[in-house]
Design a protein around this ligand. Structure first.
Ligand SMILES: Nc1ncnc2c1ncn2[C@@H]1O[C@H](COP(=O)(O)OP(=O)(O)OP(=O)(O)O)[C@@H](O)[C@H]1O
Ligand SMILES: [Mg+2]
Length: 263
Protein backbone atom coordinates (compact mmCIF):
# COMPACT_ATOMS: atom_id res chain seq x y z
CA UNK A 1 0.00 0.00 0.00
CA UNK A 2 2.74 2.39 1.06
CA UNK A 3 6.36 1.70 0.28
CA UNK A 4 9.78 3.19 0.99
CA UNK A 5 12.67 2.31 -1.33
CA UNK A 6 16.27 3.13 -0.42
CA UNK A 7 15.43 6.29 1.49
CA UNK A 8 18.41 8.48 2.38
CA UNK A 9 17.95 11.60 4.52
CA UNK A 10 20.62 13.95 5.76
CA UNK A 11 20.46 17.16 7.78
CA UNK A 12 22.78 20.11 7.86
CA UNK A 13 25.19 19.99 10.74
CA UNK A 14 25.08 22.98 13.02
CA UNK A 15 28.84 23.50 12.85
CA UNK A 16 29.63 24.87 9.42
CA UNK A 17 33.03 24.41 7.92
CA UNK A 18 34.13 27.52 6.10
CA UNK A 19 36.43 25.86 3.62
CA UNK A 20 34.56 22.66 2.81
CA UNK A 21 31.09 24.18 2.83
CA UNK A 22 28.29 22.82 4.97
CA UNK A 23 28.70 19.35 6.36
CA UNK A 24 25.70 17.09 6.41
CA UNK A 25 24.87 14.30 8.77
CA UNK A 26 23.10 11.31 7.26
CA UNK A 27 20.36 10.03 9.56
CA UNK A 28 18.61 7.54 7.27
CA UNK A 29 20.97 5.25 5.37
CA UNK A 30 18.83 3.65 2.64
CA UNK A 31 15.63 2.59 4.39
CA UNK A 32 13.32 0.20 2.53
CA UNK A 33 10.04 -1.03 3.93
CA UNK A 34 6.50 -1.78 2.85
CA UNK A 35 3.25 -1.19 4.69
CA UNK A 36 0.63 -3.77 3.72
CA UNK A 37 -3.07 -3.03 3.65
CA UNK A 38 -4.83 -4.00 6.87
CA UNK A 39 -1.73 -4.60 8.94
CA UNK A 40 -0.54 -2.91 12.06
CA UNK A 41 3.14 -2.25 11.47
CA UNK A 42 5.40 -1.32 14.36
CA UNK A 43 8.56 0.73 13.85
CA UNK A 44 10.85 0.26 16.81
CA UNK A 45 14.19 1.72 17.74
CA UNK A 46 15.99 3.66 20.42
CA UNK A 47 15.95 7.44 20.68
CA UNK A 48 17.66 9.04 17.69
CA UNK A 49 17.51 5.91 15.51
CA UNK A 50 15.46 7.76 12.89
CA UNK A 51 11.88 6.64 13.62
CA UNK A 52 10.23 10.06 13.44
CA UNK A 53 12.30 11.02 10.40
CA UNK A 54 11.12 7.82 8.69
CA UNK A 55 7.56 8.71 9.73
CA UNK A 56 7.85 12.19 8.22
CA UNK A 57 9.12 10.75 4.95
CA UNK A 58 6.27 8.19 4.96
CA UNK A 59 3.73 10.94 5.64
CA UNK A 60 4.83 13.11 2.73
CA UNK A 61 6.24 15.79 5.03
CA UNK A 62 9.94 15.41 4.32
CA UNK A 63 11.45 14.90 0.89
CA UNK A 64 14.34 12.46 1.09
CA UNK A 65 17.76 13.19 -0.46
CA UNK A 66 17.27 10.06 -2.55
CA UNK A 67 14.93 7.10 -2.72
CA UNK A 68 11.27 6.72 -3.57
CA UNK A 69 8.02 6.71 -1.59
CA UNK A 70 5.11 4.98 -3.31
CA UNK A 71 1.45 5.13 -2.32
CA UNK A 72 -0.37 2.41 -4.24
CA UNK A 73 2.38 2.57 -6.84
CA UNK A 74 2.29 6.35 -7.18
CA UNK A 75 5.40 8.42 -6.39
CA UNK A 76 4.66 10.73 -3.44
CA UNK A 77 7.49 13.20 -4.03
CA UNK A 78 7.46 13.28 -7.83
CA UNK A 79 4.66 15.83 -8.05
CA UNK A 80 1.61 17.22 -6.33
CA UNK A 81 -0.61 14.36 -7.53
CA UNK A 82 1.14 11.66 -5.54
CA UNK A 83 1.31 13.81 -2.44
CA UNK A 84 -2.39 14.64 -2.75
CA UNK A 85 -3.14 10.94 -3.06
CA UNK A 86 -1.20 10.23 0.13
CA UNK A 87 -2.83 13.12 2.02
CA UNK A 88 -6.23 11.70 1.14
CA UNK A 89 -5.26 8.33 2.57
CA UNK A 90 -3.16 9.12 5.61
CA UNK A 91 -3.66 10.85 8.95
CA UNK A 92 -1.06 11.34 11.66
CA UNK A 93 -1.42 11.27 15.43
CA UNK A 94 1.62 12.75 17.14
CA UNK A 95 3.12 12.23 20.54
CA UNK A 96 2.46 15.77 21.60
CA UNK A 97 -1.31 15.79 21.44
CA UNK A 98 -1.40 18.92 23.60
CA UNK A 99 -0.13 21.00 20.68
CA UNK A 100 -1.85 19.06 17.91
CA UNK A 101 -5.28 20.47 18.83
CA UNK A 102 -5.78 24.23 18.47
CA UNK A 103 -6.13 25.53 22.07
CA UNK A 104 -8.70 28.13 21.00
CA UNK A 105 -10.96 25.53 19.42
CA UNK A 106 -13.58 23.61 21.33
CA UNK A 107 -13.54 19.84 20.89
CA UNK A 108 -16.54 20.28 18.59
CA UNK A 109 -14.43 22.53 16.35
CA UNK A 110 -11.38 20.24 16.50
CA UNK A 111 -13.48 17.30 15.33
CA UNK A 112 -15.41 19.58 12.95
CA UNK A 113 -12.19 20.29 11.04
CA UNK A 114 -11.78 16.56 10.47
CA UNK A 115 -15.42 16.16 9.45
CA UNK A 116 -14.95 18.91 6.84
CA UNK A 117 -11.90 17.10 5.40
CA UNK A 118 -13.80 13.81 5.28
CA UNK A 119 -16.85 15.45 3.70
CA UNK A 120 -14.71 17.02 0.98
CA UNK A 121 -13.34 13.59 0.12
CA UNK A 122 -16.62 11.72 0.00
CA UNK A 123 -18.93 14.56 -1.10
CA UNK A 124 -21.45 13.42 1.53
CA UNK A 125 -23.68 15.85 3.35
CA UNK A 126 -23.01 15.48 7.05
CA UNK A 127 -24.86 16.66 10.14
CA UNK A 128 -21.92 17.99 12.17
CA UNK A 129 -23.58 17.80 15.59
CA UNK A 130 -24.71 14.23 15.06
CA UNK A 131 -21.37 13.14 13.59
CA UNK A 132 -19.43 14.75 16.47
CA UNK A 133 -21.58 12.98 19.04
CA UNK A 134 -21.18 9.67 17.21
CA UNK A 135 -17.41 10.02 17.06
CA UNK A 136 -17.06 10.98 20.68
CA UNK A 137 -19.04 7.88 21.64
CA UNK A 138 -16.93 5.80 19.26
CA UNK A 139 -13.74 6.78 21.11
CA UNK A 140 -15.42 6.31 24.48
CA UNK A 141 -16.13 9.93 25.44
CA UNK A 142 -19.40 11.49 26.55
CA UNK A 143 -21.07 13.90 24.10
CA UNK A 144 -20.78 16.70 26.64
CA UNK A 145 -17.03 16.89 25.88
CA UNK A 146 -17.88 18.68 22.62
CA UNK A 147 -18.18 22.08 24.27
CA UNK A 148 -14.96 21.85 26.25
CA UNK A 149 -11.54 23.24 25.30
CA UNK A 150 -8.44 21.03 24.95
CA UNK A 151 -6.93 22.20 28.27
CA UNK A 152 -10.06 21.02 30.04
CA UNK A 153 -9.33 17.40 29.06
CA UNK A 154 -6.86 14.89 30.46
CA UNK A 155 -4.03 13.64 28.23
CA UNK A 156 -5.83 10.36 27.56
CA UNK A 157 -9.10 12.12 26.74
CA UNK A 158 -7.41 14.57 24.40
CA UNK A 159 -5.54 11.75 22.66
CA UNK A 160 -8.92 10.08 22.06
CA UNK A 161 -10.14 13.30 20.44
CA UNK A 162 -7.07 13.31 18.16
CA UNK A 163 -7.84 9.71 17.21
CA UNK A 164 -11.47 10.65 16.50
CA UNK A 165 -10.24 13.46 14.26
CA UNK A 166 -7.89 11.12 12.38
CA UNK A 167 -10.72 8.65 11.82
CA UNK A 168 -13.32 11.16 10.70
CA UNK A 169 -10.95 12.42 7.98
CA UNK A 170 -11.76 9.09 6.28
CA UNK A 171 -8.15 8.08 6.24
CA UNK A 172 -7.51 4.40 5.77
CA UNK A 173 -3.98 4.70 6.98
CA UNK A 174 -3.05 6.20 10.35
CA UNK A 175 0.50 6.92 11.48
CA UNK A 176 1.05 7.12 15.23
CA UNK A 177 4.34 8.63 16.38
CA UNK A 178 4.75 7.76 20.07
CA UNK A 179 1.06 8.59 20.32
CA UNK A 180 0.43 6.63 23.51
CA UNK A 181 3.93 6.62 25.01
CA UNK A 182 3.39 9.42 27.50
CA UNK A 183 0.12 8.03 28.86
CA UNK A 184 -0.04 5.79 31.91
CA UNK A 185 -0.07 2.02 31.29
CA UNK A 186 -3.78 1.60 31.94
CA UNK A 187 -4.77 4.39 29.53
CA UNK A 188 -2.30 3.05 26.94
CA UNK A 189 -4.00 -0.33 26.98
CA UNK A 190 -7.45 1.30 26.78
CA UNK A 191 -6.43 3.35 23.75
CA UNK A 192 -4.71 0.43 22.04
CA UNK A 193 -7.84 -1.69 22.57
CA UNK A 194 -9.92 1.11 21.12
CA UNK A 195 -7.61 1.31 18.10
CA UNK A 196 -7.72 -2.45 17.54
CA UNK A 197 -11.50 -2.32 17.71
CA UNK A 198 -11.70 0.58 15.23
CA UNK A 199 -9.29 -1.20 12.92
CA UNK A 200 -11.64 -4.20 12.78
CA UNK A 201 -14.72 -2.05 12.27
CA UNK A 202 -13.30 0.33 9.69
CA UNK A 203 -10.66 -1.81 7.98
CA UNK A 204 -7.80 0.55 8.83
CA UNK A 205 -4.05 0.16 8.41
CA UNK A 206 -1.73 1.38 11.16
CA UNK A 207 1.90 2.46 11.35
CA UNK A 208 2.89 2.55 14.98
CA UNK A 209 6.16 4.27 15.86
CA UNK A 210 7.50 3.64 19.34
CA UNK A 211 10.56 2.85 21.44
CA UNK A 212 8.46 0.50 23.54
CA UNK A 213 8.51 -3.15 22.47
CA UNK A 214 5.81 -4.15 24.95
CA UNK A 215 3.20 -2.01 23.22
CA UNK A 216 4.33 -3.41 19.87
CA UNK A 217 3.86 -7.00 20.98
CA UNK A 218 0.41 -6.03 22.26
CA UNK A 219 -0.66 -4.04 19.27
CA UNK A 220 1.23 -4.89 16.09
CA UNK A 221 1.28 -7.77 13.65
CA UNK A 222 4.75 -7.00 12.29
CA UNK A 223 7.72 -5.01 13.51
CA UNK A 224 10.63 -3.25 11.86
CA UNK A 225 13.72 -2.57 13.98
CA UNK A 226 15.66 0.61 13.25
CA UNK A 227 19.17 1.20 14.43
CA UNK A 228 21.28 4.23 13.55
CA UNK A 229 19.12 4.98 10.51
CA UNK A 230 19.05 1.47 9.04
CA UNK A 231 16.54 -1.37 9.13
CA UNK A 232 18.21 -4.20 11.06
CA UNK A 233 15.24 -6.58 11.27
CA UNK A 234 11.73 -7.03 9.88
CA UNK A 235 9.65 -9.74 11.51
CA UNK A 236 6.09 -10.84 12.27
CA UNK A 237 5.48 -10.22 15.96
CA UNK A 238 4.60 -13.92 16.40
CA UNK A 239 8.12 -14.88 15.31
CA UNK A 240 10.08 -12.36 17.37
CA UNK A 241 11.66 -15.02 19.54
CA UNK A 242 13.25 -16.59 16.43
CA UNK A 243 15.04 -13.40 15.43
CA UNK A 244 18.75 -13.77 15.07
CA UNK A 245 19.71 -10.10 15.14
CA UNK A 246 21.83 -8.95 18.08
CA UNK A 247 20.18 -5.55 18.43
CA UNK A 248 16.65 -6.99 18.30
CA UNK A 249 17.66 -9.66 20.82
CA UNK A 250 19.02 -6.99 23.10
CA UNK A 251 15.75 -5.07 23.04
CA UNK A 252 13.75 -8.27 23.42
CA UNK A 253 15.97 -9.44 26.26
CA UNK A 254 15.33 -6.20 28.14
CA UNK A 255 11.58 -6.72 27.89
CA UNK A 256 11.71 -10.40 28.83
CA UNK A 257 13.89 -9.63 31.88
CA UNK A 258 11.48 -6.94 32.90
CA UNK A 259 8.50 -9.28 32.57
CA UNK A 260 10.29 -11.98 34.56
CA UNK A 261 11.04 -9.48 37.32
CA UNK A 262 7.53 -8.15 37.53
CA UNK A 263 5.93 -11.63 37.39
N1 LIG B 1 15.22 18.78 11.48
C1 LIG B 1 16.34 18.21 11.87
N2 LIG B 1 17.55 18.83 11.72
C2 LIG B 1 18.70 18.23 12.09
N3 LIG B 1 18.77 17.00 12.61
C3 LIG B 1 17.63 16.32 12.80
C4 LIG B 1 16.35 16.89 12.43
N4 LIG B 1 15.38 15.96 12.73
C5 LIG B 1 16.02 14.90 13.24
N5 LIG B 1 17.36 15.10 13.29
C6 LIG B 1 18.37 14.11 13.75
O1 LIG B 1 18.10 12.88 13.11
C7 LIG B 1 18.31 11.79 13.98
C8 LIG B 1 17.07 10.93 14.02
O2 LIG B 1 16.03 11.65 14.64
P1 LIG B 1 14.56 11.09 14.83
O3 LIG B 1 13.73 12.19 15.38
O4 LIG B 1 14.11 10.48 13.56
O5 LIG B 1 14.78 9.96 15.92
P2 LIG B 1 13.72 9.07 16.71
O6 LIG B 1 14.08 7.66 16.45
O7 LIG B 1 12.35 9.50 16.37
O8 LIG B 1 14.03 9.42 18.23
P3 LIG B 1 13.05 9.57 19.50
O9 LIG B 1 12.76 8.17 19.97
O10 LIG B 1 13.88 10.30 20.50
O11 LIG B 1 11.83 10.31 19.06
C9 LIG B 1 18.72 12.39 15.32
O12 LIG B 1 20.11 12.31 15.42
C10 LIG B 1 18.24 13.83 15.21
O13 LIG B 1 19.07 14.66 15.98
MG1 LIG C 1 10.75 10.42 17.45
Amino acid sequence: MLELKDIVVSFKKEVQKKIFGTERKTVLHGISLAVRKGESLGILGESGSGKSTTGRVLAGLLKPDSGVVLIEGEDVYAGSKGREHLRNRLSIVFQDYTTSANPRFTIRQVIGEGIAVGARKTGEKIDYAEETARLLRLVGLDESFAKRFPHELSGGQLQRVCIARAIVCRSELILFDEAVSSLDAHTQVQIMDLLLDLKEKLGLTYIFITHDLTSITYFCSRVIFLKDGSVVADSPVSELSKLDVPYAKELLGAVLDFNAESA
